[in-house]
Design a protein around this ligand. Structure first.
Ligand code: SF4
Length: 50
């Protein structure tokens, strides 16, 4: 299965943490008030699109 790489737009992210809670793979962390993809999950997809 081919998956798209997520792209996090830090300007749009308000750090609410919903994406981190929703991600079943635990690929997202909130760091300094912004969502960040964890380094071990560089091929996980989704998020706010630009
Ligand atoms: S990217 Fe995640 S933490 Fe940032 S606003 Fe969207 S759902 Fe909230």
């Amino acid at each position: 299965m081919i998956r798209k790489i997520i792209e996090i737009d830090e300007e749009k992210c308000n750090g609410c943490g919903l994406c981190a809670k929703a991600c079943h793979e635990g690929a997202i962390a909130i760091v300094n008030g912004k969502a960040r993809r964890k380094p071990d999950f560089d091929n996980i997809s989704f998020y706010h699109s630009r």
